[in-house]
Design a protein around this ligand. Sequence first.
Ligand code: ATP
Length: 258
Amino acid sequence: MPEQADDAIIRVRDITVQFGKTRVLDGLNLDVRRGEILGFVGPSGAGKSVLTRTIIGLVPKVSGRIEVFGVDLDAASSGQRRAVERRWGILFQQGALFSSLTVRQNIQFPVREYLRVSQRLLDEIMVAKLVMVGLKPEVADRYPSELSGGMIKRVALARALALDPELVFLDEPTSGLDPIGAGDFDELVRTLQRTLGLTVFMVTHDLDSLYTACDRIAVLGNGKIIAAGSIADMRASQHPWLQQYFNGKRARAVVAEP
Ligand SMILES: Nc1ncnc2c1ncn2[C@@H]1O[C@H](COP(=O)(O)OP(=O)(O)OP(=O)(O)O)[C@@H](O)[C@H]1O
């Protein structure tokens, strides 16, 4: 059953999604609370990206209800929906920058879509976001192919933050980064969440991220949330997948146990 959080920014109720005859999400319930970093994990192919894409409206659902900022997205008018979309930012898997656009154009893209502002203000916003994610303004006129993997992730994060969102979706933000780069990125997300008061929904396979960056973890299995809670809750769970994931060899390396 859903854990009812009064301060939920995202409320997913009884969501079912299927492709043809394959049911990926099966009556799933989840709350994401205001101000938390929720780490969303589960086996490969379980449907983590599908849930993310369903919440933001890119994948149709068979049934269920999704509320974001208290707005039922199915019942909302197009204006209400646009107002909600204006309050979230998204970092898709692999960074997903537009390869034919420069860093400047990538970061300014969502701003142009939602606001009518001068080029001067667009440039000011772009520089502020680059600095926020730890990049120098000099990279503004480079193309994604001229950036390192870590820089691409940071630019993608800058783009996700372009409209000063309250909620950010991060789909595997540290995949493809070396451990130091991934650690730096986790720290950046944590700092931004604290300083900007963000709520973060983060799909990840990265155990380090779960330990260091996340306030709470939700685990997807068989189309449902099979567990939600702290790292300690996850480690104490008797569920076989959780046991293996959180108490297995790689997890023990993360927590430095013998
Ligand atoms: N548009 C689509 N059409 C058909 N099947 C899809 C579509 N999108 C996703 N799927 C299927 O839904 C399932 C869940 O995919 P999803 O990408 O959400 O998994 P995931 O948990 O994010 O996996 P990973 O951790 O490997 O990224 C997979 O079996 C995938 O093939």
